[in-house]
Unconditional design. Structure first.
Length: 125
């Protein structure tokens, strides 16, 4: 893009590049086991009741719900949540999972620890 550029021209070019995409789509809500995450508003409900999560807890739960039934290793989760350059302690993930489980109350059983592998979100019967 040639600089300087006026705001109306910049806006027109951005609209052309984006096309007629909708900001919201069917993938805006993740749910499973009575837990519902609304991604645009970053809200969580447990059987219809609101639940307050930190940014990291929300990201962990969203990652697990996107990959239902799939084991995510500790390294995969750390990379997805904190990035490749994470310098923190390995137990940081365990602490956040523990805090998330305590906030999910009876729904915490859906987050399953797979020994020597990682974590997964499982739909329980």
């Amino acid at each position: 893009m040639i600089k300087p550029c006026s705001p109306p021209i910049l806006q027109a070019r951005a609209k052309r590049l984006l096309g007629n995409r909708q900001i919201l789509d069917a993938g805006d809500t993740l749910s499973g086991g009575g837990i519902t995450l609304h991604l645009p508003s970053r809200t969580v409900t447990l059987d219809g009741k609101p639940c307050s999560l930190t940014h990291t807890e929300f990201e962990l739960l969203a990652c697990l719900l996107r990959n239902k039934g799939i084991i995510l290793t500790r390294d995969q989760l750390i990379t997805k949540i904190w990035g490749y350059d994470f310098d923190g302690d390995d137990r940081t993930l365990s602490s956040h999972i523990r805090n998330l489980r305590s906030k999910l109350e009876e729904h915490a059983a859906h987050i399953v620890t797979v020994i020597r592998s990682g974590y997964k979100f499982e739909e329980l019967p």
